[in-house]
Design a protein around this ligand. Structure first.
Ligand code: CDT
Length: 315
């Protein structure tokens, strides 16, 4: 029997600093309802979907940033999104800033099933940017200041929470640029990877880098990750102009062949859908990317033994 799912992306247009959580949640609920009416089984929201991309703002005292973080999930603000998911019978992926009861801070995402229960949590591993104010940059990217690197690894959940049995994984934004992210989930037979992103249209350290090149890198990483691990990938952007800082859109759904199935057209709140059959991941997993037959781990040690590159032996 085919394992078909209707997969939706709920791209968010800009969320300004001054926007309330309530107003932002209203927008997410509108998109959840819209996607469900079009038959969605699952809706992928963005990274830090509840707030503006606050790591672009520097605060000497990080306590000033406390209001961007959720201390529980769900909580009185977000409960209605969970209730609506249960009412509509649709699952979702949601990114948000997490503060733990012990006072740790993570850039986090969750998978919520069709009954409104959280079935998986992920904390962003690859935090881009810097920890201190950098006067050399045209704007700041302070994820290393406000978050700790994720401590949960890259788990994959075998779940029928979206209505059919599926192997589900997550990552967040900059994680997509790292092949290790996809491969660790590929090694757990992942079939659908969901992620959100907030990607500036400009490189704060290279003014001449074009937006076209930056969009190309987005597609390149998502399509390569999908193809090389024979998995669907669903990537949702928060985009448009947030308080003078532009982020590109191009949210997309990628097939295990690496082909694009759907791409957003605007830089606003926008829902796109694709009907997918999870069994389409099988061919790649038993042929060119049959890891058990073809991987040569005796040659891969450097990947986990060192972080930075070293010079080659001179001849
Ligand atoms: N949110 C996020 O991870 N954005 C990064 C920007 C990298 S530039 C410091 C990204 O990889 O898209």
């Amino acid at each position: 029997m085919p394992r078909t799912l209707t997969l939706a992306i709920a791209q968010s247009g800009p969320v300004q600093k001054a926007d309330s959580r309530e107003a932002t949640l209203d927008r997410l609920c509108v998109m959840l309802r819209d996607a469900a009416q079009q038959g969605a089984d699952v809706v992928v929201f963005t990274e830090l979907a509840l707030t503006t991309f606050f790591p672009r703002w520097y605060a000497e005292d990080r306590a000033e940033m406390a209001h961007w973080f959720e201390t529980a999930m769900p909580n009185p603000n977000t409960q209605r999104l969970f209730d609506l998911a249960r009412e509509l019978g649709v699952g979702f992926y949601l990114g948000y800033a997490e503060q733990t009861p012990q006072g740790q801070h993570f850039n986090t995402s969750i998978i919520v099933d069709k009954t409104g229960n959280i079935i998986g949590k992920y904390r962003k591993v690859h935090l881009p940017g810097h920890a201190d104010f950098d006067p050399e940059r045209s704007f700041q990217h302070l994820e290393k200041r406000y978050f700790e690197p994720g401590d949960l690894g890259f788990p994959v959940w075998a779940s029928d929470g979206f209505g059919v049995p599926a192997n589900l994984g997550m990552c967040i934004c900059n994680d997509r640029r790292w092949p290790e992210t996809f491969r660790v989930m590929g090694l757990q037979s992942v079939e659908l990877i969901m992620l959100g992103y907030n990607t500036p249209s400009q490189n704060s350290q290279a003014a001449d880098e074009s937006i076209e090149l930056r969009k190309f890198h987005n597609r390149l990483t998502l399509q390569a990750g999908a193809y090389q691990n024979a998995t669907f990938v669903a990537a949702a952007a928060k985009c448009g102009n947030e308080d003078g800082h532009h982020m590109f859109a191009e949210s997309c759904i990628v097939a295990p062949t690496g082909e694009l199935l759907a791409v957003t057209k605007t830089e606003e709140d926008e829902v796109i859908l694709a009907q997918i059959d999870l069994d389409d991941t099988a061919f790649g997993k038993v042929s060119v990317f049959d890891f058990a037959r073809h991987r040569r781990i005796e040659h891969y040690g450097l990947i986990t033994e060192q972080t930075g590159a070293t010079p080659p032996k001179s001849i």
